[in-house]
Write a protein that binds this ligand. Sequence first.
Ligand SMILES: Cc1ncc(COP(=O)(O)O)c(C=O)c1O
Length: 360
Amino acid sequence: MQIPIAQPSLGSEEAEAVTAVLDSGMIAQGPETAAFENEFAAYCGVPHAVAVNSGTAALHAALLAAGVGPGDEVIVPAFTFFATASSVSMCGAVPIFADVERATATVDPTDVNAKITSRTKAVVGVHLYGQPCDAGALREICDDNNLVFIEDAAQAHGGEYHGQRTGSLGDLACFSFYATKNMATGEGGMVTTASDEYKVHLRRIINHGQADKYLHTELGYNYRMTDLAAAVGRVQLKKLDGFNRRRQENAEYYRTHITAPGLVLPAVAPGRTHVWHQYSLRVTDAFPLSRDDLMAHLRKHGIGCAVHYPVALSSQPLYAGAGACPISEALAASVLSIPVHPNVTNEGRTYICDTINEVI
Ligand SMILES: Cc1ncc(COP(=O)(O)O)c(C=O)c1O
């Protein structure tokens, strides 16, 4: 059996939607993107959504809209994908790394608080692996210190924090529709916000800083989404809740069927609805194989697996000199993601559990 670690779920509806856009002749930004923005905003429960062409563009644009620039610091978790920090650097600002909580791998609000200085402008909370971070605590810290709270929701479309959807928890929130994400357009992204002012500014930032036709009032970028991507996104959004339910079923199956001692299964904090972008377990010294040997063993049996992420951002060469984040470093050395996506069948997940449990 071959089970990839990730696989987009695309069908004839997406193909038909793309064909309709091709037939219309309007393949750049047009009515599909506007409709996708409206539908995505409604899904998240926020007034505005601005479509862009990647999650990285979403983060860069959101940080610029928040006024982040040279001389500023932005606190980000040390355990996340590189773009959470590199987007801060793209603004000419400095990412300051906060450590994460061991149980959820999401940012530790206490460490965020400890890293605030007079230069801090914003905090980015990442909903890592599909589990919302402690947005309530981060909201309070940001309100107390006059900071902008930005969600990196690239991995958590449809996740909830105490019944409130990701995308509606921060001042701005950033999504990715990269091919492996819970909903995918190949490349793509979205910024959501409740603020009219941020929305207007975002629209300029993603379109060459253009305030009026060929009138450029600030430095901007071409971060526009195409109608081809938006057409796929609209279909994927309709399927998102179904995809997430299957991810949750697969995760629940793993929780009850991976029994090998020495593996720590992922925890869900109270009040959070996890949408399982990744099912990442921790391989401890009590397990007979090292993390890397378990990965090799699973791959030998046709089971795709991956390490998200093998190097804490505070240990990346680009950020040499950033302080230590011991929990992030420990997670980087011990986590292993196994397939949890909607295309994992009942037989597939049984095979995965058996292959892991048989190591003992
Ligand atoms: C947490 C996180 N932030 C940002 C990004 C960047 O998104 P994209 O790859 O669409 O630029 C990703 C995607 O991999 C991600 O997982």
